[in-house]
Design a protein around this ligand. Structure first.
Ligand code: ATP
Length: 199
């Protein structure tokens, strides 16, 4: 699986729609300081569900929307689509290409789409889990992440190895099941109380 295409519209410095066609193997983005190279990496993080304003280098989420310039007025929304080549079926969906889209309006409302069908962020997170492409994945290595890998903190390194080993998805499901179990146990206790009261 590899990142095949990236379309950015109204995101950070990209006021007009741009489309980047990427190839298998190494692609390099070069340009002068401040030309938007890091904004491209931010767009990739954002579309796969990054919610941390700090990681996206802003002070509020609205900062991802093009803020306007001397010659162009501000955008009303930001939209990013990435297309993954899934011909190897690493993602268990019967499509050669899988597109993921996120659109955010100034109201703060975000919409997510998989192959142009509206979905929840949860669907995207689960789809990408254990592919390495997820927001916690090891395929996006920011500066902080390098510290995690190099640090002596075993928990930081562990997250990366768990994603690579493909167990993140199961850990996530286990945590969800434990939460449901806990809720069910509380309900049972509550029910027992009611039964005791009325009997
Ligand atoms: P460097 O090589 O110095 O790291 P870079 O090519 O990675 O630079 P970026 O950090 O991607 O550059 O882009 C910075 C530019 O993006 C700045 O000029 C900043 O004003 C612009 N920018 C960021 N957010 C917005 C926004 N919401 N609206 C308009 N422009 C923005």
């Amino acid at each position: 699986m590899y990142l095949k295409e990236l379309e950015i519209n109204g995101f950070k410095s990209f006021s007009d729609r741009i489309q980047l066609n990427l190839t298998k193997g190494i692609n390099a983005i070069v340009g002068p300081n401040g030309s938007g190279k890091s904004n491209i990496a931010d767009a990739i993080r954002w579309v796969i569900g990054e919610q941390s304003v700090k990681i996206l280098r802003g002070s509020k989420m609205e900062d991802v929307i093009f803020a306007g310039s001397d010659r162009k007025k501000a955008s009303g929304f930001a939209e990013v689509t990435l297309v993954l080549d899934n011909s190897c079926r690493e993602i268990d969906m019967d499509f050669n290409d899988i597109s993921i889209t996120r659109r955010m309006y100034r109201s703060g409302e975000s919409e997510y789409y998989i192959n142009k069908t509206q979905c929840r962020l949860k669907d995207i997170v689960e789809m990408l889990m254990d592919t390495g492409m997820g927001k916690e994945g090891y395929s996006i290595i920011g500066q902080g992440r390098i510290d995690d890998i190099l640090s002596n903190r075993s928990d930081g390194r562990r997250i990366i190895f768990e994603e690579a080993a493909g167990i993140t998805k199961y850990k996530h499901r286990k945590a969800e099941s434990e939460k449901k179990l806990e809720q069910t146990e509380k309900n049972i206790i509550r029910l027992e109380d009611i039964i005791n009261e009325i009997s």
